[in-house]
Write a protein that binds this ligand. Sequence first.
Ligand SMILES: [Zn+2]
Length: 311
Amino acid sequence: MERYQAREIQAFIQETERRQGDAAWIVYRAAERRQERITRRQSVDQSYAPVASDRVDVRELRASADTESVALASQEQKIFPAFDHAEFPVSVVPNWGAMRTPAEWDRPFSQISTKEFVPLPSYNLSTLQIPLASLTNPIRAASIPVLTAKLTYSTRYYGAYDLDAGEFSGLHPGIDLKLAFGTSVGAIAGGQVQVVAKDEDGLGLFIIVEHRLESGERIFSVFGHLDTSWVREGEVVRPGQIIGTVGLSGHTTAPHLHLQIDRDDGSQPHQPYWPAFAEASAGKPASIPTPAEASRHTLHPMDFVRLFANK
Ligand SMILES: [Zn+2]
């Protein structure tokens, strides 16, 4: 429990047992087992005071969490969860614009204090395309939220890898969110985990969750460059459930979350869409898709979550 102080994890802890197999359950069980150890010792020595070694590493609990949740997962697999609403994968981000040194930027989630986080900035193209130079020479207090937004959305939907780039300037079919290493990542909606896999040259450790919309359409949320996965293939997830943590696995230069939402292309299991590969396999040079072409393969993740946030 001591290792996880994030507010969202704390909120999950209060729900506990029903959520077997997820982060909250594991953290809850770690706290519970620590207390069991202490109670056992105090039953033979009333003066015993808890020490550091009473702590239970939550990673120790992964194996038992997996075993104990198998029965539940196999029950749940029979019922595909209804799609009711969508959530962003994180609710807060480090206040990047207020940080000045590489040492501050490079801290993992656990080393950033609560007061250094701000709510996830809105994805607003007119803000995101303000030239970086005009915000940093010199940096004014009013520029900090804008800088934080620009840095958070480090690569836009079909944008180029350039902080000032707009949408449809590149081949990137999702959004890159600059987040601290170790940040908990939540499912964007209810669904079933279809793939947990590694692609060292591309998305690194990635998770694909299948969702079924009311219309019957199947869509797939793809989370790339993770450090850890907290779910297994076949597991049912609810909106906001922690499925993994931000890392820098695969082809990446800094910790970030790659988030894309694909339409069903019939591949089984689903293969993450990437326009360069699609065109190369069709023998054509990669070209930047038009919005109409893009929408045949993917959905804009930020627009999608906003559309279903309050459903
Ligand atoms: Zn990306």
